[in-house]
Design a protein around this ligand. Structure first.
Ligand code: SAM
Ligand code: SF4
Length: 461
């Protein structure tokens, strides 16, 4: 079918985009921004890959075999594309995200089904790239451009923002200059870029106007954010949070992921002063062994982390912590691992992500000697996970009988229920008569099940 007859039969021709997102919240945010950019070009989001004129796979490179998984997924997409083309329809295929950045041209060489490859710093050029791909050119864009993609990406649109619910992500910072020796982020996302205060406030106001009550600020290293303020000076994240807390409608603020080195006094004070800033902080330490922390280039020792946690808890006594841990880092001995277990025992986490070290090509740790035997790393991972699961249970149980504010987010799975979020991010199941979606209501926790809290029924004592 030609462009012309297409236009005659379905004017204006609405195209559909299917976006599949892997990885962290920053990728979720990026996928939403890409959908918004394409909406301006007439693309409507679909959940049905088979009806998509454009398939975008937004990839993550943080774990092992990420690229291989993308290639095997592309095998399945090739089949769908052939079927759609046989039926006279278009299906462009794009690979975005960190695998796109890392693999570049190699992707179109190995998987000719792919029409466009775009790195995370190029998303603002997506509509123009799609136009080129539609004319038959293979498009590969993986520059770490100097132009500000955020200045060019359209702001979140009201209707899709509403449809996404009462919580939203807002990326304030991208990239990382820390160069932890295990991590690909500084290579795939490039060096640190901070958005300006004006950009962030404008986006937060737009979200609030569309009904968003809770905003989570995102960055690979979010507390390293240092954006230009309206006063012509650089602001830090603490000051930004005070400003965002003033926006009418914004009831809750969070930020993730923080590096312990960048938790400054202003940010700790914000936790003390701002009721809107939720008492839950993701503060990865990775290991409890100073030797391993040094080999990881984390630039702090375990005692620094303990002191920091103490200062944060002094500022906000009900704060709960979550973390990231890597076990089996090259050279990790039993004693190093026991130091990690000790740190976890002492800090007490409400939750944590635990990873078995996986060598990422191009990072310094991948070439280090004394890689840990997989079986040893597995055993350590299991022990650490069991300890964290116990702490998570204990934390949840400590909330039974407590009154807390819950932001109601959506209908529940069972009739008569709604689901909200606790200040500590747990799902809270409550009676639907207690409030409407977007309301913040005070409930008493009756019991817990798995990872959820259950509000006591209305009228129960
Ligand atoms: N910027 C954050 C920080 O400094 O903690 C984390 C960013 S990274 C996307 C998320 C987590 O993945 C890291 O905290 C780390 O625990 C884990 N990770 C990163 N590279 C890894 C690797 N090569 N092997 C195993 N886990 C890894
Ligand atoms: Fe990666 Fe986080 Fe280290 Fe940056 S601070 S290199 S994102 S682990």
């Amino acid at each position: 079918m030609s462009e012309h007859s297409e236009a005659l039969s379905q004017t204006p021709r609405e195209r559909r985009v299917f976006v599949k997102t892997y990885g962290c919240q920053m990728n979720v945010y990026d996928s939403q921004r890409m959908s918004d950019a394409l909406a301006a070009d007439g693309y409507r989001a679909t959940d049905e890959i088979g009806e998509a004129d454009l398939v975008l796979i937004n990839t993550c490179h943080i774990r092992e075999k990420a690229a291989e998984k993308v290639y095997s997924e592309l095998g399945r997409v090739r089949q769908l594309k052939a079927e759609r083309e046989a039926a006279g329809h278009e299906m462009l295929v794009g690979i975005a995200g960190c695998v796109a950045q890392a693999e570049g041209e190699e992707i179109v060489r190995r998987a000719p089904v792919v029409d466009l490859v775009l790195g995370p710093q190029t998303y603002h050029r997506l509509p123009e790239m799609v136009a080129r791909a539609r004319s038959g050119t293979k498009v590969v864009e993986t520059d770490h451009t100097l132009e500000d993609k955020f200045a060019h990406l359209p702001a979140p649109q009201r209707a899709p923002t509403r449809a996404r619910g009462v919580t939203a992500f807002l990326t304030v910072q991208e990239g990382c200059d820390k160069f932890c020796t295990f991590c690909v982020v500084p290579y795939t996302r490039g060096s640190e870029i901070s958005r300006t205060v004006a950009q962030i406030v404008a986006e937060a106001e737009r979200l609030a106007e569309a009904g968003v009550r809770e905003i989570t600020l995102l960055g690979q290293n979010v507390n390293a954010w240092h954006g230009m303020g309206p006063d012509g000076r650089e602001w830090g994240l603490g000051r930004l949070l005070y400003r965002l807390a003033d926006i009418p409608g914004v009831a809750r603020l969070r930020f993730t992921t923080s590096h312990p080195r960048d938790m400054d006094d202003d940010l700790i004070a914000a936790h003390r002063d701002l009721p809107a800033l939720m008492p839950y902080l993701h503060l990865p330490v990775q290991s409890g062994s100073d030797r391993i922390l040094k080999a990881m280039n984390r630039r702090h020792v375990a005692a620094d982390y303990h002191r920091l946690v103490e200062r944060i808890r002094d500022a906000r006594s009900d704060i709960a912590l979550s973390g990231d841990f890597i076990v089996g880092f090259p050279g990790e001995t039993d004693a190093d691992f026991e130091a990690t277990m000790r740190l976890v025992e002492e800090v007490r986490y409400a939750a944590a992500f635990t990873f078995k070290y996986s060598p990422r090509p191009g990072t310094p740790a991948a070439d280090m000697e004394f890689q840990v035997e997989p079986q040893v790393a597995d055993e350590r991972l299991q022990r650490l996970q069991a300890l964290i699961a116990r702490q998570q249970r204990e934390f949840q149980e400590s909330l039974v009988g407590q009154e807390m504010d819950v932001l109601i987010e959506k209908p529940g799975r069972r009739p008569g229920q709604k689901v909200g979020r606790s200040p500590w991010l747990q799902p809270v199941i409550l009676d639907e008569t207690l409030g409407e979606i977007g309301d913040i209501v005070s409930v008493r926790i009756g019991h817990t099940e798995a990872n959820s809290l259950f509000a006591a029924p209305p009228g129960a004592t």
